[in-house]
Design a protein around this ligand. Structure first.
Ligand code: MRU
Length: 336
């Protein structure tokens, strides 16, 4: 299932906030619509956010009526600034915007040439994402053995254009004939595991068991889980992994129980420049924690924390799988 596509100056994306109840596609003709879909997590998952942002720039280029290069770049910079402000933690957003903007700056010639190159580059990023996931799946599938029960957190399938990162490895292992079962964490407060990962696994006919986030200790202590594979929103040179809130807890528990903890991500998720002290963890509206399915669950006046991501130190990470191969966290810079 494709999470996003480009059709004649319109970006069509699955509205992930409506799944699994409704299959709704958003049709977006301008970058503002893309930005608000990212902010509202209708489009989500670090790689997919990067792809959507690249397509946001492509929309501006496609529809621009600018008469001069300066005019076009003014519109592009406005687009880039808004898209950059949507979500701070996943690095793919900044990587994709930089890649398309660089292409534009380095394209000499008339406005039409700039527009054309930008649209081509954005579409290249879309297609590359699918290929990268297939390569991650191929590189990682032999880490899984026939009969393994794999725990995954959040959603790493629809968080890409197609196939997925951690989910791509599970899919590749199943495709190669291994019997794999998956334990899916619900992933409060947005329930990406309960709503999206179970939806994808059911679609593929891969056996899935849903647990609440607080059952991690139980499933590990009771030897229900053999391996863990999660995605990443940003991986630092030091090997620290930023991923969905709760990942750190899972990684520490996995280490305590001698369970391998793998991270799967494309090389566009690697950030060699930022120090762990300077990473920005997105803080979302506490209302997401204070409510469940639109109903308030805590008394009025109670405060809530809502960090969307956490940081897992490299000592808890067994290996990181990218399209380039399998790396120890301390060697992740070799994957760029
Ligand atoms: O807040 P989200 O749903 O955008 O967070 C997504 C995750 O944390 C995923 O695990 C990660 O981006 C990998 S998606 C291939």
């Amino acid at each position: 299932m494709r999470a996003i596509r480009w059709k004649d100056g319109v970006v069509v994306a699955l509205d992930q906030s409506k799944l699994p109840k409704k299959l709704v596609y958003l049709k977006m003709g301008n970058y503002r619509q893309i930005a608000s879909a990212i902010k509202a997590m209708k489009i989500r998952g670090a790689p997919l956010i990067g792809v959507a942002a690249a397509l946001g720039l492509a929309l501006t280029a496609y529809h621009s009526k600018a008469k001069s290069r300066e005019g076009l770049f003014r519109e592009l910079r406005r687009t880039e600034a808004l898209l950059r402000s949507t979500r701070p933690t996943g690095v793919n957003l900044f990587w994709a915007l930089h890649r398309v903007m660089e292409k534009a700056y380095w394209t000499h010639g008339d406005i039409e040439a700039v527009k054309k190159t930008m649209i081509c580059e954005a579409l290249k990023i879309v297609e590359e994402d699918v290929k990268l996931n297939l390569a991650i799946g191929k590189n990682g599938e032999h880490l899984l053995e026939n009969g393994d029960v794999v725990l995954t957190h959040c959603n790493t399938g629809l968080g890409t254009v197609e196939y997925g990162t951690a989910l791509g490895i599970i899919r590749a292992a199943v495709k190669s004939g291994k019997k794999i079962k998956v334990v899916v964490t619900e992933t409060r407060p947005q329930l990406q595991g309960a709503r999206l990962t179970t939806f994808e696994l059911k679609h593929d006919g891969i056996p899935a068991t849903l647990i609440t986030d607080s059952m991690i200790g139980y499933v590990m202590a009771n030897k229900i889980v053999d391996k863990v594979i999660v995605g990443a929103d940003r991986i630092l040179k030091s090997g620290h992994v930023l991923n969905k809130i709760g990942t750190y807890t899972i990684a520490v528990m996995a280490k305590m129980h001698g369970i391998p903890f793998y991270v799967a991500a494309p090389s566009s998720s690697i950030d060699l420049k930022t120090n762990v002290k300077n990473v920005v963890i997105e803080q979302r509206d506490p209302i997401e924690v204070l409510t469940f399915s639109g109903e308030r669950i805590a008394p009025k006046g109670i405060r809530a924390l809502n960090p969307a991501f956490d940081v897992t130190p490299p000592r808890y990470v067994t290996a990181i799988i990218t399209e380039k191969g399998i790396f120890k966290p301390s060697k992740i810079s070799l994957a760029t």
